[in-house]
Write a new protein. Structure first.
Length: 139
């Protein structure tokens, strides 16, 4: 009888140790330590300006560790890249940069969760100023 009680206590002790040793893994930290990693990849964009959806690719800027290149930003054609800086869950366009057909853009976005970026930005083509919002959804 004493053996079975000791054995029960021993099993209870092992179960408690196993449960206490479990920790939650933070999915927002990149194994590489690159804060841009969660933003990188292919995205589908729904935008108010175009009232449609289009693809965007976010790439790491090889020359600056906090900057990314956004290919096809605002659907200004693949190959036209906007630059933006990452800070935590925020992404901010380089202010007043020319992209595509000399369109100047400025604005920012916030990542919510791990698969959505909500954007607000302005585009000016020299004659017309357009305010837009967009939602990027990771593919």
């Amino acid at each position: 009888m004493k053996k079975s009680i000791r054995f029960s206590y021993f099993l209870l002790f092992l179960v408690v140790i196993a449960l206490v040793s479990c920790t939650k893994t933070d999915t927002n930290i990149s194994p590489s330590g690159d804060s841009r990693a969660k933003f990188l990849g292919s995205w589908t964009v729904s935008e108010t300006h175009t009232k449609g959806s289009f693809p965007v690719t976010i790439l790491a800027d090889p020359n600056e560790s906090s900057r990314v290149l956004i290919d096809n930003f605002a659907n200004l054609l693949v190959g036209n890249r906007a630059t933006a800086y990452i800070s935590g869950n925020s992404i901010t366009l380089d202010p007043d940069q020319a992209v595509g057909n000399m369109t100047h853009i400025s604005g920012s976005g916030t990542m919510t969760g791990t698969t959505t970026i909500n954007w607000t930005y302005t585009m000016t083509d020299g004659a017309t100023k357009t305010d837009a919002t967009a939602v990027y959804t990771k593919k």
